[in-house]
Design a protein around this ligand. Structure first.
Ligand code: ATP
Ligand code: GCO
Length: 172
């Protein structure tokens, strides 16, 4: 059976595990992984590091760069981490790459906060979690993709991701 190349954006608020799960998923699919945060303009990183949330305008040029990466990798496949907090942001990415599927990593605030507290040497301060959660528009039923709750181990989540996204190897 013909299947189009897997093109996945792992989305969610800060600390939800986008990078961790995205890397494992890319490995399992044997496609490149791209860290969305690596494409933020320096001003965006400085803003977040100083404890100020990004605005729609701050995110626009960044989303366009990420959309370009998705477009360039649509034929061969890829996995990218990107918070993609709002529906309008995801629409913007889909405009560039219509076959994009989203994996939304979703979890309780307490768990997210404890992960951010434990994580050192990262520009994103735990204090921005509230603003991330306030802005988040969960993946809607009409958007291609799936949502996973983040409690289990990364390897378990990556395996579940393959299944819920319909990307697990066919059997039989
Ligand atoms: N399923 C998991 N179980 C336990 N710890 C996890 C899990 N997923 C991620 N972590 C840990 O939680 C922290 C946040 O994970 P990660 O950096 O992957 O999240 P992120 O969504 O990419 O964050 P950000 O967007 O802020 O960069 C890391 O220290 C990571 O090791
Ligand atoms: O849209 C945003 O506000 C940003 O992409 C953030 O989500 C961070 O870059 C990321 O979570 C790093 O911690």
């Amino acid at each position: 059976m013909h299947r189009s190349a897997p093109l996945v954006v792992v989305m969610g608020v800060s600390g939800s595990g986008k990078t961790t799960i995205g890397q494992l998923l890319a490995e399992a699919l044997d496609v490149p992984f791209e860290e969305g945060d690596a494409h933020h303009p320096e001003e965006n990183i400085a803003k977040m590091a100083s404890g100020v949330p990004l605005t729609d305008e701050d995110r626009e040029p960044w989303l366009d760069i990420l959309g370009g990466w998705l477009r360039d990798n649509a034929a061969s496949g890829g996995v990218m981490s990107c918070s993609a907090l709002k529906r309008s942001y995801r629409d913007r990415l889909r405009d560039s790459a219509p076959t994009t599927r989203f994996l939304h990593l979703h979890g309780p605030k307490e768990l997210l906060a404890s992960r951010l507290q434990d994580r050192t040497a990262h520009f994103m301060p735990p204090s921005l979690l509230d603003s991330q959660l306030a802005v988040l528009e969960p993946l809607a039923a009409d958007e291609a993709g799936a949502t996973l709750t983040i409690g289990p181990l990364p390897s378990v989540l990556a395996h579940r991701a393959l299944v819920v996204l319909g990307l697990a190897p066919e059997t039989g």
